[in-house]
Design a binder for this molecule. Structure first.
Ligand code: GLC
Length: 565
């Protein structure tokens, strides 16, 4: 039996910062609920679903960007950091939503996008009108091109969505001029974080939202703000060695930013926090973002990236816990978000989470897709995730067992990745389809208050089978995915040994992941068994919950069970 621990905080749950245990629910505002009937989600829609979220039992909501944006990357291209996208509502709506969530005991996390702005941000517009070398240009990364007439990009970096990471501009005299860096879409110019003005600006932005009552931030591309000195070319050697650092990822300088931000958060009452979206190559590098004087959480992408496989998951869990323990941080388990193929499809098809760029990598062999098996595994995965030490992040629709929509008509795809990949990768729209609330397809399955909209009329069309997964259909079915999540989240609140703390592996055979958790005060024990192989006898103990109904005394394959032992 090996013992692993992430605890440095000893004491009752009510005494430790909420973010050490929290289950946070991610909302992609465009796709959650449409209150004004325009086929796009909005803040009033989200507010109308607060009772649903309360009943689900989550602790916090993370809302993907809700700021004014030309929507080239659905809000991750921000044109004004201190206002609300008019399609989504107003600042008053946001304030009302935050207050109502708080009244229900739910925290609210905003998504901050500090690596880049929209090209429509007033700073970038000013930079375009200002001459090379001007203070306005110095807020972004403008450089002269290479070649005789500056016609070649300043270095060989490629954009994450495909194509070169540099765009050449036309200067005021009408001639081709400098180039600017955009690690993502052309419309997403990177800020220059070597410029103190950028630091000051974001400090103002953070305080603006903290003053409005926001409990924390999800930091977009948290590993990208600092670029290597001199912007060196990516060499073949760096690309080939997957764990080597790219000159634009995970540079040491980003940590200075977070040490400063932590001081800002700590100057407010109520354990304000941030969670890093840091796609760092190893658990050790991910753990650097959550050192005691840095951020609260960092998404566990090693876990998200694992296949549905006993050894891969055990390795990801052990590696993460070991590294987080060294810095005293809680784990932040996650299987789904708005950037990756939904776990229902990944687990059924044997696919990993990150780094995909072809339909084959995203969806596998569609002809072989077994949605029922995917849902079974995703539910088993959820009970695994929610029993592990630390907190967890779930993505809207995960609690309904939604599969990926892999066949959105090509002319309806909106992810910038589709075009920038030269139409090779269909992109991330398949996990962003509006949530099915009702069985009837009226109002895009209840997504919209506008009942004249059919299932194809919301901003992304819904498939014919969408109603099978509707929240309404699952509401009163005891064994629905929705009710499994509700029971699991309720149990987390009730059982003091869940959430932050320690775990011990239990030896239960090659195809079973099993571990126990002990309440330090009472000595009461809890166990979680995940069966990846052939059916096994249900272990001795009092059953709390199972991800699929057990058959007699047998724990079927791809099933997780929670027990008092
Ligand atoms: C992050 C977001 C993703 C976005 C990108 C650029 O990875 O999660 O959706 O496209 O940053 O902002």
């Amino acid at each position: 039996m090996t013992s692993t621990s992430t605890t440095y905080f000893v004491g009752a749950r009510s005494e430790r910062p909420w973010w050490r245990d929290a289950v946070t629910y991610q909302i992609y505002p465009r796709s959650y609920a449409d209150a004004n009937g325009d086929g796009k989600g909005d803040i009033e829609g989200i507010r109308s679903r607060l009772p649903y979220l309360k009943k689900l039992g989550i602790d916090a909501i993370w809302i993907s960007p809700w700021y004014p944006s030309p929507q080239k990357d659905h809000g991750y291209d921000v044109s004004d950091y201190m206002d609300i996208e008019p399609d989504y509502g107003t600042l008053e709506d946001a304030k009302r939503f935050i207050d109502e969530a708080h009244a229900l005991g739910i925290k609210v996390i905003a998504d901050i996008v500090p690596n880049h702005s929209s090209d429509q941000h007033e700073w970038f517009q000013e930079a375009l009108k200002s001459p090379p070398g001007s203070p306005a240009r110095a807020r972004y990364i403008f450089r002269e091109g290479k070649g005789e007439n500056g016609e070649l990009p300043p270095n060989n970096w490629e954009g994450i969505f495909g194509g070169p990471a540099w765009e050449r501009i036309t200067e005021a005299d009408g001639k081709p001029g400098q180039w600017y860096l955009h690690l993502f879409a052309v419309e997403q110019p990177d800020f220059d974080w070597k410029n103190p003005e950028v630091h000051e600006y974001f400090e103002k932005v953070l305080r603006f939202w903290l003053d409005l009552g926001i409990d924390g931030f999800r930091i977009d591309v948290a590993h990208g703000m600092i670029k290597a000195e001199g912007l060196p070319d990516v060499t073949e050697e760096v690309e080939l060695l997957g764990t080597q650092l790219m000159p634009f990822w995970d540079q040491d300088g980003v940590h200075d930013i977070y040490r400063h931000w932590r001081k800002i958060f700590d100057s407010y009452p109520g354990d304000r926090m941030a969670v890093a979206e840091a796609w760092a190559p190893t658990p050790a590098r991910i753990a650097r973002y959550v050192r005691p004087d840095e951020l609260a959480n960092s998404f566990n992408f090693t876990f998200l990236d694992s296949l549905w496989n006993v050894d891969a998951l055990k390795k990801a869990i052990d590696g993460s816990i070991e590294e987080l323990h060294k810095v005293g941080a809680p784990a932040s388990w996650v299987f789904n978000n708005h950037d990756v193929t939904r776990s229902v499809m990944r687990f059924a098809q044997g696919l990993k989470g990150g780094g995909v760029s072809t339909p084959q990598e995203r969806y596998g062999d569609i002809a072989k897709f077994d949605a029922e098996l995917g849902v079974k595994r995703a539910r088993a995965g959820a009970l695994l995730m929610l029993a592990l030490p630390g907190g967890a992040y779930i993505y809207q629709g995960e609690e309904l067992g939604l599969p990926e929509v892999y066949d959105i008509p090509k002319d309806r795809l909106t992810d910038p990745r589709y075009k920038l990949s030269g139409y090779k990768d269909t992109g991330r729209d398949g996990c962003r389809v509006p949530i099915p609330w009702t069985v009837s397809d009226k109002g895009s399955h209840g997504f919209s208050t506008n009942l004249s909209l059919g299932r194809s009329d919301s901003w992304l069309p819904e498939p014919t089978w969408w109603g099978n997964y509707a929240a309404e259909k699952q509401e009163n079915d005891e064994n629905s995915t929705l009710n499994i999540y509700r029971r699991a989240l309720a149990a987390r609140k009730e059982l003091s040994m869940l959430g932050d703390g320690t775990m011990e592996w239990i030896e239960a055979g090659a195809d079973v992941l099993a571990f126990s958790r002990t309440d330090q005060a009472t000595g009461k024990r809890f166990a979680c068994y995940v069966n990846f192989g052939a059916p096994i006898a249900i272990p001795t103990g009092e059953v709390i919950l199972a991800s699929s109904p057990p058959t007699g005394d047998v724990l079927p394959s791809d099933t997780t069970i929670w027990l008092h032992i």
